[in-house]
Design a protein around this ligand. Sequence first.
Ligand SMILES: *Cc1c(COP(=O)(O)O)cnc(C)c1O
Length: 460
Amino acid sequence: MNSQDLEQWDKEYVWHPFTQMKTYRESKPLIIERGEGSYLIDVDGKRYLDGYASLWVNVHGHNEPELNGALIEQVNKVAHSTLLGSANVPSILLAKKLAEITPGPLSKVFYSDTGSAAVEIALKVAYQYWQNIDPVKHRNKNKFVSLDEAYHGDTVGAVSVGGMDLFHRIFKPLLFQRISAPSPYAYHMTEYGDPEAVKNHCLKELEKLLQKQSEEIAGLIIEPLVQGAAGIITHPLGFLKEVGQLCKKYNILLICDEVAVGFGRTGTMFACEQEDVVPDIMCMGKGITGGYMPLAATIMNEQIFQSFLGEREEHKTFYHGHTYTGNQLACALALKNIELMESRNLIKDIQKKSKYLSQRLQALYELPIVGDIRQRGFMIGVEIVKDRQTKETFTLQENVVSGIIHTARENGLIIRELGPVITMMPILSMSEKDLDFMVETVYHAIQEVSIHKGLIPAAN
Ligand SMILES: *Cc1c(COP(=O)(O)O)cnc(C)c1O
């Protein structure tokens, strides 16, 4: 089995997610064989810095001895038994731990295996909560509010509350109705003024629709602090806090989708902590196992849980579950991941390194096609524009953004783009030296593509 065979079979048999396979098959695929700390190594032995944390999941690095050990220890006991009608040790210990590390009275954990499923569960629980309490009074409470450009996953329910037209347009006829609220994308909303003014505009619009429709609204779902997939849209300070207050005022449930921002990504264990917001329901995924195995969880407060209690014939039961719910290997890894985050003081470390990182990132403004640099902790988006004044972006055919990603990869850095935004999501334990390499490689890739496209002179 050589790398040519693998390349051929990859192109012949594997359908890659979010990928135009025609283009993919015309290019040389990156086939990963091993990982070592912050680096991935391909089948030809070439090393790449993982500036994407393997799709935003990796916490302590690849091939981490302690995580490997936790997995081996668990697999030597049992790999999987079901949570339907029985319990297992790691899922109990992890649920207790999650209740301890999440804010406020969040304490009831429902497991699943992808962020999308965690969101589906949150939506179904929120809807059923109102029905359990009073099906007559709340018979119309069946809609959800979400932000424009929101991303909550790819299953049909999660897509229904999504606001990314590009991804979701085609599926419109399959979706349930969403009530959309404006997202405070300050960089593109300067007609309202500074970020504070943009925030106030969005909150005013949100309040208007809640005033009118709260009777029909079961919940509001939001990515706290940062809308990741939309292109690292960093919300103005205080936005989440006021959204939380509006939910209380109009008696709708607040669902925080912490799938991307949770587990240290923004510099606190959970993003909502930064604005002292305690949601009614929180979704977790991505970083929960340190990037080792698929696991997700939806955690609820006591009040919601209580509404599901009753005699079996009352049918207040939550009729939902996945085959691998509470899988032991994944739960054992998640426990070890959290334990290591604590014992290694990772949160403090991320806070320190993100300050360092923001200084380094400023250098990118030297490049004229860099329009905006957005950062919260270890989530970074660099918006690439044709013109800083008009903020016009390059077309896909111009291959500027994809060219930057490609050049970075040739120079040993894996990152990805989200539309016109170059996205960096370093592994949370990445060293300052590697963070330097990441920023420098992005700088040179943007510079090289700018020169190649004649956007800046070669002598620059
Ligand atoms: C990635 C993501 C999801 C979906 O998670 P999957 O594991 O890909 O299903 C949901 N919400 C947010 C905010 C995400 O970033």
